[in-house]
Design a protein around this ligand. Sequence first.
Ligand SMILES: Nc1ncnc2c1ncn2[C@@H]1O[C@H](COP(=O)(O)OP(=O)(O)OP(=O)(O)O)[C@@H](O)[C@H]1O
Length: 350
Amino acid sequence: MIATESLSKRYPKVTALDRLTVEVGPGVTGLVGSNGAGKSTLIKILLGLSPATEGRAAVLGLDVASQGGEIRRRVGYMPEHDCLPPDVSATEFVVHMARMAGLPATAARERTADTLRHVGLYEERYRPMGGYSTGMKQRVKLAQALVHDPELVFLDEPTNGLDPVGRDDMLGLIRRVHADFGISVLVTSHLLGELERTCDHVVVIDGGTLLRSSSTSDFTQTTTTLAVEVTDSDAHPDGTTALREALTAAGVALDKGPAEQGLPGAGHILLLEAAGEQTYDLVRDTVADLGLGLVRMEQRRHHIAEVFRSEAPATTGAPGHGAPALPQPTGSSPSAAAPAGPSPQEVRNR
Ligand SMILES: Nc1ncnc2c1ncn2[C@@H]1O[C@H](COP(=O)(O)OP(=O)(O)OP(=O)(O)O)[C@@H](O)[C@H]1O
C-alpha cells in the first residue's frame, strides 16, 4: 500500500523526516510517535501535498512526487486539526467534499447519508457543525475521508481531544472501516496503548526515523508468566495466600511485589513463571487439593508500551537528532508481565 525509501524532509530549522524507509501493507496500521516525531509530515508527503527533500515514496503504487492528484482521488484523509466550517451542517459539508472528489450530485447525497450513518451521526447531521462536540466533529472528519469510497485512508490523530469512551468509540469505528468496507487504514497516534487493540501492524517513528515496524502480535508476544486467580474457601479465607504458600513449597518461582500490586484486583492474582506444561498441571492440582476455585489461569502477553518502557530517555531527543537504537522487548521481567495500567502509556512520557 505504502513504500518509502530514504525519505527525508528538512525544514530550515528541523529535520522532520530523516531517511525513513518503511513499507505498509493492507489492513489497519498504526503510525505512532511522540509529538513532533514526523507523523503529519509523512502523511502530507504521501498525499503529494508536500514535497520530500530527498528519497522516494509510493502510495498504491503511485509516485508521490508526480502522481499526487491520482493518489488523493483514491486515498481519504482525515486531518489532525479542527478544520470544519462552523456555519454549515455535516450533511452539506460532506456532500460538498464528495462532489469535490468527483461524485455526481445524487451519488454524493446518497453516499453522504450512508457514511454519516456509519460514523454514528443521525438527526444532528442537519445542524450547523459549530455546535458539535469534539467527538461529533471527529466523526464528520472521518466521514468526509470515507465518502468517496477510497482504497486507503490516512487518519491523523483521530482520537485527539476525546474522552476514554469517545476514544473507544472512534477506535471501534476505525476497525470497522476495514472490516466492513475493506478500506486499509493508516492511523497516527502518540498513544501506544490504544493502537494495540486496533491495528494489525504498528510503525513507530521518533525524530523522523524508524524505530520499529512489526505486526501487533510481534509486539505483544506471550510471556512465560502465568497469571492465576483463585477464589477463597471456608478452609482458606485467603485463597491467594494459601496457593502462594503451597506453590512456593512445591518450588514454583513466583513474581511478587510491584507487578502483582499493580494489577487491577491487586492481591488476588498470582504471577508465576511457567516452566512448561507441568506448571499448569501443578497449579491445577494444587488449587484442587486446597479446595479453591480456579477463576483463571492465563499466559500474560506483552503490551506494546512495555516494549518501549526500558528505553533510555536519550532516544526521545529532538527531531532530527540521529537514529535512536532499536528498542528490544523487555523479556519476562516482572514489569513486562504486568498488564498495562488503566491509562495507556504515552510514548512521550517514557
Ligand atoms: N511547515 C513546517 N515548517 C517548519 N517546521 C515544521 C513544519 N511542519 C512541521 N514542522 C516540524 O517538523 C517536525 C515534525 O512535525 P510533524 O507535525 O510531522 O510531527 P507529528 O509527529 O505529526 O507531531 P504532532 O502530532 O505534534 O503534529 C516538528 O518539529 C515540527 O515542528
